[in-house]
Ligand binder design. Structure first.
Ligand code: IPE
Ligand code: IPE
Ligand code: MG
Length: 248
């Protein structure tokens, strides 16, 4: 009887549907993918990095304007040193590859999160990638590294307080828009759709402010197994949702 619950006709073909302007992806399930195969967790992260390359490219190809991927949270530092080192190595490889091979690309790369925690080498690669890609006209790819929604809000509040103190901003002028403008995602639309593979039903501190009205699609696939078809499936699910933003 699903028919009676839907305002819109069921849409099944992604060429017919209205695409979200901004997709967020919580790239989760690498560890479980490796465990299932008797491999170290780092092998899951390598496989997940390949999936990331493929899915970012696919989103750009189908015309998504903003993609934010959650690569490393402020809480992920709690993991064993060996695993963190493996992740840092993968970040470095990707950032070097992007600088070396993506010269004619249209993707604009941005990094969101507190980057001061990374090595000077990684920091420089992030800055070079942002500088190199900033004038391109394609999809904005935000890579969330050492990102936490709460930490982002703390940083924003510290900056707002400093600007109020210096008479750059008056307390009465602080609006929702002003707060959005102090976040890492300033100037970008809020995510319409957030996809969480691996079946977990939680935000894990991802885009807390920005996701107030995001549509969440939780999928049972582990991130290294995530294919273009899964993204299509999420897009179709999204297109069939009825977004009301508090209205009727
Ligand atoms: C996501 O996969 C990658 C990061 C958090 C860096 P996980 O490593 O969390 O994989 P699971 O959730 O343990 O399977
Ligand atoms: C969220 O996944 C962070 C990333 C995917 C980078 P986690 O695996 O860290 O989240 P929890 O611990 O299951 O909530
Ligand atoms: Mg996880």
């Amino acid at each position: 009887m699903a028919f009676f619950n839907r305002k819109k006709p069921e849409l099944t073909d992604i060429s017919q549907i209205e695409l979200p302007a901004h997709i967020g992806i919580i790239m989760d399930g690498n560890g479980r993918w490796a465990k299932k195969r008797g491999l170290p967790r780092s092998a899951g992260h390598s496989a997940g990095a390949q999936t990331f390359r493929k899915i970012a490219r696919y989103c750009s190809d189908i015309g998504i304007k903003h993609l934010t991927v959650y690569a490393f949270s402020t809480e992920n530092w709690r993991r064993p040193e060996k695993e963190i080192n493996a992740l840092m190595k993968l970040f470095k490889e990707y950032l070097e590859e992007a600088l070396r091979d993506f010269k004619d690309d249209s993707i604009v790369l941005k990094f969101i999160g507190d980057r001061t925690a990374f090595s000077p080498e990684l920091l420089q690669l992030m800055e070079e990638n942002e500088e190199e890609s900033k004038d391109r006209d394609g999809m904005v790819l935000n890579i969330a590294m050492n990102y936490g929604g709460r930490a982002e809000l703390v940083t924003a509040m510290q900056r707002i307080a400093a600007d109020v103190k210096n008479d750059q901003l008056s307390a009465d002028a602080i609006t929702e828009q002003v707060i959005s403008d102090y976040l890492y995602t300033s100037g970008q639309p809020d995510p319409d759709l957030i996809i969480r593979p691996s079946g977990e039903h939680r935000t894990s501190n991802f885009l807390l402010w920005q996701s107030a009205y995001s549509e969440y699609v939780i999928m049972d696939v582990l991130w290294p197994d995530f294919k273009e078809e899964h993204l299509n499936q999420a897009l179709i699910e999204f297109a069939n949702r009825n977004r009301r933003f508090g209205g009727v």
